[in-house]
Every structure is written in structure tokens, then in C-alpha cells.
Design a protein around this ligand. Structure first.
Ligand code: UTP
Length: 287
């Protein structure tokens, strides 16, 4: 079955990036000159996704505005003969069919995903966390979909993390079937370093089968008083095989200051129109 729909949960408060995120959604923070969320939407589109549901909140109106037409701005730019910019703006609004729903209360990632139930219906779907930018030759989501096509079951995007960072992630354990694939036998959300079953962490990309929705509907709150997607996946494991895939690519956690700065610098250096001047400036400040 083709994966054509994706859910992007973007209703969290972004407390790790305060004070900026008090009024600017972290998903709208620019990586060079595009908001972070545009990169993950482009990744989804390159992977063949046609319909995207963004879970927002009342603090995140600017995300909806960004993917809407700005007619007055187009007229102004056209009058100044800046037609190329108008075209660029149009491309953003035409990237995919983008839908929105609001999470009225930040009850956790599991709850945010549950809100997509009607939109998804009865088909497997992708979840992309917009904090996690992944730079790779083959879009990470495309790699994940290829794995889904092979295993026909839920696939979790994973990376190995430093042992002292396991308490920041959902951690899996399982049988390693090949260099890049594990058959999962356990998942724990933010374990203590001592209790972590491994250092293989779930990061920002999932292909999930629709059985998850009934599970999420009846899930109790977990770590941090939130309804945790990881807890829902653990229940899903009772009824189906789950696989974890060590994807290729460099991942940036743009939800915290250091990861964000790393992303800005690396993405700027990848831009031919910026690289030279930017590099010269960097060299001049690095002592
Ligand atoms: P995070 O924990 O990374 O995001 O949630 P956060 O809560 O916004 O950030 P911090 O930790 O306070 O800095 C993972 C993803 O789940 C979404 C977030 O927007 C993020 O994309 N999320 C989280 C929701 O949509 N709703 C929630 O209730 C919680």
C-alpha cells in the first residue's frame, strides 16, 4: 500500500527554545531563509506524500499563514517586477495539500497523533517531527517508506545516541536483523541511563499502521504527564511486528539552541549563493 498521507505534530510549547518560542513557533524559526517546517514538508513531498496534516495550537497561527496565499504581497512584488519572488512564494503554497487541525491542550505527542484519526482513516501513514531536520542524499522519509514496503509493518526511524542522552528519547531494543534493521521487542520513553535497554533512539520519523488510533484513544498518561506515542507503540507491538530502521543522514535537533545553530551553519554552508561570504566571516571570528 502506498503511503500518501503524513502527520506533522507541531502543537508543543517548545520550552527548550524559550524565550524565542514565546511568540514564534519553533517550527517557524528560519534555517537560513526558510522556516524549519518547510524543509520537512519538502522531504515528505520528495517521498511521494500528497496530503499533510499539521497539528497546531492557538499559539501557532503563523504556520497556517505561511502556507496560505498573501495576495497583497504578490501584487506589491509584481509591481516592483520581483516576479521570481512571487513564483517562489507560490511554490510554498502549492507544495502539497496541507491541512490543519488544532490540539486544544498540549496533552502529549500521542494525543496529537490521535487527532489525525479521521484524516488518516484506515491506511498506514507517516509521522514527521518538525524539530528533526535530516540531511541525506535520499530523503529520510523515502528510506522509511522503502522499508515499510519491504516489511509491511510499523517502522521507527532510529539513530544511536550517546549513552548519557538516552533519557531524552524513546529507546528501543530488539534483534538486529541486518546492518540497519531491528525487530523491536521493547520500547521505553525517556529511560534513566541505568534502565535504558540500548542507546538506539527513536528520532522524528515514523511509518505507522492505523491500528495505533484505537490504542491511543484508550491510553493513560505516561512520562511527564503526557500521552506518549512510545507507550502506544509498545501496545501496538503486542499485535504486530515493529521494526526500527537506522536511517542514513545527518540529523539536527532544531528544537534546542545548539542543534538549531548547528543546522543554520551547516545549511548555510551548503548554499552556493551564501557559502563563500559566510565561510569567510566564520573564519574571521573563529580564533
Ligand atoms: P517535543 O517535546 O520535542 O516538543 O515534542 P515540545 O513539547 O514542543 O518542546 P519542548 O520539549 O517543550 O522544548 C515532540 C513533537 O510533538 C509535538 C511537538 O510540537 C513536537 O513536534 N507535540 C508535543 C504536540 O504536537 N503536542 C503535544 O502535546 C506535545
Amino acid at each position: 500500500m502506498n503511503i500518501k498521507k503524513a502527520v506533522i505534530p507541531a502543537a508543543g510549547f517548545g520550552t527548550r527554545f524559550l524565550p524565542a518560542t514565546k511568540s514564534v513557533p519553533k517550527e517557524m524559526m528560519p534555517i537560513v531563509d526558510k522556516p524549519a517546517i518547510q524543509y520537512v514538508i519538502e522531504e515528505a513531498v520528495e517521498a511521494g506524500i500528497e496530503d499533510i496534516l499539521i497539528i497546531t495550537s492557538r499559539h501557532k497561527k503563523s504556520i497556517e499563514d505561511y502556507f496560505d496565499n498573501e495576495v497583497e504581497l504578490d501584487i506589491l512584488l509584481d509591481s516592483k517586477n520581483k516576479h521570481e519572488v512571487v513564483e517562489k512564494l507560490k511554490e510554498i503554497t502549492n507544495l502539497a495539500n496541507i491541512h490543519f487541525i488544532r490540539q486544544k491542550e498540549a496533552k502529549g505527542l500521542g494525543h496529537a497523533i490521535w487527532l489525525a484519526k479521521t484524516f488518516i482513516g484506515n491506511e498506514p501513514f507517516a509521522v514527521i517531527l518538525p524539530d528533526d531536520l535530516i540531511y541525506s542524499d535520499t530523503p529520510c522519509l523515502k528510506q522509511m517508506i522503502d522499508q515499510f514496503n519491504k516489511y509491511q509493518s510499523t517502522i521507527l526511524g532510529v539513530q544511536r545516541v550517546d549513552e548519557d542522552k538516552v533519557n531524552k528519547y524513546g529507546i528501543i531494543s530488539g534483534k538486529q536483523l541486518s546492518e540497519k534493521i531491528f525487530e523491536v521487542d521493547n520500547l521505553v520513553e525517556k529511560p534513566n541511563v541505568e534502565n535504558a535497554p540500548s542507546n538506539v533512539a527513536i528520532v522524528g520519523r515514523y511509518i505507522i499502521t492505523p491500528e495505533i488510533f484505537d490504542i491511543l484513544e484508550n491510553l493513560q498518561v505516561g512520562v511527564g504527564g503526557e500521552i506518549q506515542l512510545t507507550d502506544g507503540l509498545l501496545k501496538l507491538l503486542k499485535n504486530q511486528s515493529l521494526y526500527a530502521y537506522l536511517f542514513d543522514g545527518k540529523r539536527y535537533d532544531t528544537g534546542n539552541t545548539k542543534g538549531y545553530l548547528e543546522a543554520v551553519v551547516d545549511y548555510a554552508l551548503k548554499r552556493e549563493d551564501i557559502r563563500e561570504d559566510f565561510l569567510m566571516n566564520l573564519k574571521s571570528v573563529i580564533k
